[in-house]
Write a protein that binds this ligand. Structure first.
Ligand SMILES: *Cc1c(COP(=O)(O)O)cnc(C)c1O
Length: 580
């Protein structure tokens, strides 16, 4: 084949490639010619690499989300952009701002007490107060008007283990108030207790012999650390520089936070009815060579549903081949909420699917000792299958002028008092104590669930979300309800608020939930009674237009294509928290 014919058959090829096919001998080239050739070659290579990347990305996008899914995503994106432009129009923007300011002002009125009876201290007192004065004022502040968790009116939030346990924690705070585990030589007792707490939690979740963990400041930090460890491991062992993780839509917001903080792309997977568990085939499609972590909840916060951990485990173990990983992909089980209930379900005689380290693909589990472990707030544990994996969450600075610096997690100094409080709680409760609370809490959830499923006043208007097994019960308005039985679930939420209950409103789909705690156990009959009353009031009154608080917030938030207004509002809410 002559050079000219080869040029004819592939006319689209970049010049440099066709040039290469000509039998010109490189040695015959002048210096400028040689330079041009090299540059051309470089340009072509870059172009090809770019095209390869684009093709791979397109392929992965289509495989992960399908044609319809991708088109939907694109449509949503365009709609969102249009809406953003609309909101910025000169005759719209001031109105939006005025509405926002009004809403935030109302919020401020609710959250920040003012008036003649309220004393505000926003500057340091010139002279320190007497001990009696401080004590008196503390009493006053703790008595401020609030939703009564003490009488079991608050869903979740206060995972209280009773007055006696609180007294014990106070004792621990007093003894270890100054302690800081960053100085193990100064506070050997705190180091010992921390190691023991982690070991006890690991044992409860059947960590294997080589397992290891750390304690953290809460569920969010435990999750952040598990994501970080997975990212660092994949970077070190597989060279993954554009990490991705696959998270159930119902997974805790902390995973999305980790995605933002640590530059991990988050793929959200739907958890469709009737099981409301994460859709396993969709997870499978989203795994690729950049995947560093799969996530399952046991159970999740919104609906209290436990994802299919064994199925996720199979994907994680097999995913290693797909992803070109050495070994499997990491799988994190979020047991923050499940904490000290999940390990006691089976022992207490309740049904319980496999969820812990006995499932071979599970590599890390987050456990909030400050939830159903009844430890003081600011306590959680993340357990890893191996010590090597734990290493990847450590931070070490070998060359700091302040000395070699090493810390296990985000914080430097940490409150030893909280660790002491946690240790004391675990030791006081014991397996028998936790078994007992598990029985009470899960039975109470079952009681409310039975009422929603069976009571005449409730079953025609409400429907339970999935098949909850632990402490959370979620329900939504029965979709096929007859007009006289139809309710707006957010009106029900508002009605319960008016009766002094603080339950959670959920979105996508519109629903509400109760996370049963020990204080709620004692109030469960009141809850069922009030729910029946409120549903009775709301039945047949679904109206367009006029909305209550919850309906206004979630109805509007759900309908907005662009969430910038919600972001603004939420940001304003956070600002309000720091108003004196
Ligand atoms: C509470 C919770 C977390 C994280 O909780 P923190 O508020 O940071 O302690 C994570 N996952 C689930 C399912 C939770 O309920």
């Amino acid at each position: 084949m002559s050079p000219s014919s080869s040029r004819l058959t592939i006319p689209q090829l970049p010049v440099s490639l066709t040039t290469l096919r000509t039998p010109t001998r490189l040695t015959n080239l002048t210096k400028p010619q040689f330079l041009t050739l090299t540059l051309d070659l470089l340009r072509t290579t870059l172009l090809l690499l770019f095209l390869l990347r684009l093709t791979t990305k397109t392929f992965l996008q289509l495989r992960g989300y399908g044609l319809v899914g991708t088109a939907t995503q694109f449509y949503r994106y365009v709609r969102r952009r249009c809406y953003t432009v609309f909101l910025r129009l000169p005759f719209v923007a001031p109105k939006v701002k005025a509405e926002l300011d009004k809403t935030l002002l109302e919020l401020e009125k609710k959250l920040v007490p003012t008036g003649p009876g309220v004393k505000v201290y926003s500057t340091l007192p010139e002279q320190g107060w007497s001990v009696e004065d401080v004590r008196g004022e503390l009493d006053g502040i703790s008595g401020m008007e609030h939703t009564s968790w003490e009488t079991g009116r608050v869903s979740g939030a206060v995972y209280h283990g009773g007055a006696e346990l609180a007294g014990l924690q106070e004792k621990a705070f007093g003894l270890f108030g100054v302690s800081n585990p960053i100085h193990p030589d100064v506070f050997p007792g705190v180091r010992k207790m921390e190691a023991e707490v982690v070991a006890m939690v690991g044992g409860l979740f059947n960590a294997p012999a080589g397992g290891a963990g750390v304690s953290t400041s809460g569920g969010t930090e435990s999750i952040l650390m598990a994501c970080l460890a997975a990212r660092q491991k994949a970077l070190a062992e597989r060279g993954v520089r554009e990490p991705e993780m696959v998270v159930p839509e119902t997974g805790h917001a902390a995973f999305r936070k980790a995605g933002e903080y640590f530059g991990i792309k988050v793929h959200l997977v739907a958890c469709p009815a009737p099981s409301y568990r994460v859709h396993i085939p969709s997870v499978a499609r989203l795994i690729n060579s950049n995947t560093v972590l799969l996530v399952g909840s046991a159970p999740n916060f919104p609906h209290g549903i436990i994802d299919d951990i064994p199925a996720l485990s199979r994907l994680a173990l097999k995913g290693g081949k797909v992803a070109g990983a050495k070994g499997a992909i990491n799988l994190h089980v979020d047991c923050c909420l499940g904490s000290f209930l999940m390990p006691f379900l089976a022992r207490t005689g309740f049904p319980c699917p496999e969820f812990d380290f006995r499932v071979p693909g599970v590599t890390s589990i987050s456990v909030d000792t400050h939830k159903y472990g009844f430890a003081p707030k600011g306590n959680s544990v993340v357990v890893y299958r191996t010590k090597d994996l734990r290493r990847y969450q450590y931070y070490v600075c070998p060359d700091w002028s302040g000395g070699v610096y090493a810390s296990p997690g985000i914080a430097g100094s940490r409150p030893g008092a909280l660790i002491a409080g946690c240790w004391a709680s675990l030791m006081r409760m014991g397996a028998d104590g936790y078994g007992d609370t598990c029985l009470k809490i899960v039975s109470a959830r079952q009681r409310i669930e039975d009422a929603v499923r069976e009571h005449e006043g409730l079953r025609h208007s409400l429907a339970v979300v999935g098949k909850p097994l632990v402490s959370v019960l979620a329900f939504h308005a029965r979709p096929a309800a007859s007009p006289e039985n139809r309710v707006d679930i957010y009106d029900v939420a508002d009605g319960m608020s008016r009766r002094g209950w603080h339950l959670n409103a959920l979105q996508d789909p519109a629903a509400m939930h109760v996370a049963v705690t020990l204080p709620i156990v004692a109030a469960v009959e009141d809850l069922v009674r009030d729910l029946e009353l409120v549903v009775g009031e709301c039945r047949g009154k679904v109206q367009e237009g006029k909305k209550g608080d919850a309906a206004a917030l979630y109805g509007v938030a759900g309908a907005l294509p662009d969430k910038s207004i919600v972001r603004e509002l939420a940001g304003g809410f956070l600002d309000t928290l720091y108003k004196t």
